[in-house]
Design a protein around this ligand. Structure first.
Ligand SMILES: [Zn+2]
Length: 121
């Protein structure tokens, strides 16, 4: 199943596990793993498919402007969240079911991560 749309079969051997339509549209799912924040308050990003620096360069302003409500999705594992992007546009944010009750904290963690300039997590 395509990692991005979860609707169509992926192309065999496609690097990111995507279907033809998503590849053509330049759509990608960038996945992040979250953990409890310092002192157990809130959440922080622990790892991600792109570096903090890349997240900052490409997605900081759109993350800050993001006004939709991220939706829980069953394909995500514990404490995972992902940005679905199409070329240079942030389309949507999806969160794991266990984070459904912490959506504001997820957004805050992603925005804080995007404010970092580190090359790695
Ligand atoms: Zn797809």
């Amino acid at each position: 199943m395509c990692r991005v749309c979860q609707k169509r079969p992926e192309i065999p051997d496609e690097r990111s596990g995507r279907c033809e339509a998503c590849v053509k549209a330049g759509r990608m799912a960038l996945r992040f793993r979250l953990a409890p924040g310092p002192g157990g308050a809130g959440l922080r990003v622990k790892a991600g498919e792109i570096s903090p620096r890349a997240l900052r360069q490409k997605w900081l302003s759109q993350l800050q402007a993001y006004g939709s409500q991220p939706q829980p999705r069953p394909h995500l594992g514990l404490h995972e969240a992902e940005l679905v992007v199409a070329k240079d546009h942030l389309e949507t944010i999806r969160v794991a079911a266990d984070l459904a009750g912490q959506v504001p904290a997820v957004l805050e963690a992603l925005r804080q991560a995007a404010a970092r300039t580190d090359a790695s997590w």
